[in-house]
Design a protein around this ligand. Structure first.
Ligand SMILES: CC(C)(COP(=O)(O)OP(=O)(O)OC[C@H]1O[C@@H](n2cnc3c(N)ncnc32)[C@H](O)[C@@H]1OP(=O)(O)O)[C@@H](O)C(=O)NCCC(=O)NCCS
Length: 164
């Protein structure tokens, strides 16, 4: 971590910022091609945020020196009949991560990821999953932090991290 940012636990009031980060993740390739409203109301993305913050939800927010959010990583448990892109089982939370464009490649994403994985262990989770498109560089970030590919679709991989 640097002096320029710090990490704090996510709270219910962070829901809107988490929405920004879902939009960043959905638009990673196109740089904002899909409108926020369209993404956040879509069946495949709204499940990552709906009703935030539920009892089993957990996350961390990176904030700049003025306290403004610059990135977030969080997980939530999704139901088998409403699975996310990276569903790996009913007891396996799925992770979502995003960093504001001007803050990328400064170590914020890796710091958030590590903090969330420690927290997952403290919460007693055995595994954490995620989904990543195969040509997103984030795949190598996840691999370098111990995520392994457990399932592959035509364009995306499910990756799982064994916490304990
Ligand atoms: C993916 C993301 C969360 C990573 O956060 P970040 O703060 O940019 O990542 P970090 O600075 O911690 O970098 C992690 C590694 O990725 C590498 N990296 C960062 N940006 C990169 C880029 N544009 N291309 C290739 N590698 C890159 C870094 O070199 C670093 O590796 P290193 O530690 O060996 O140098 C962030 O870039 C992001 O929000 N991207 C858009 C949304 C997205 O794709 N989300 C994930 C969907 S699965």
């Amino acid at each position: 971590m640097s002096d320029a940012y710090s990490i704090r636990p996510a709270v219910q009031a962070d829901g809107s910022f988490l929405g920004d980060m879902v939009v960043e993740a959905a638009n990673w390739r196109s740089g904002g091609a899909r409108a926020r409203h369209e993404i956040l109301t879509s069946v495949e993305h709204r499940r990552y945020l709906a009703g935030w913050m539920r009892p089993a939800d957990a996350g961390f927010i990176a904030v700049d020196s003025g306290g403004q959010p610059i990135g977030a990583a969080w997980y939530r448990m999704l139901a088998q009949d409403d699975p996310g892109f990276g569903f790996a089982g009913t007891a396996v939370p799925e992770l979502i991560i995003g960093v504001q464009p001007i803050w990328r490649a400064h170590g914020v994403g890796r710091t958030l990821l590590r903090r969330l994985l420690v927290h997952a262990g403290e919460q007693g989770h055995a595994r954490i999953s995620l989904s990543v498109e195969r040509d997103n560089f984030a795949r190598s970030l996840y691999r370098s932090e111990g995520f392994l590919v457990t399932d592959s679709g035509p364009a995306r991989d499910t990756m799982v991290h064994r916490v304990s």
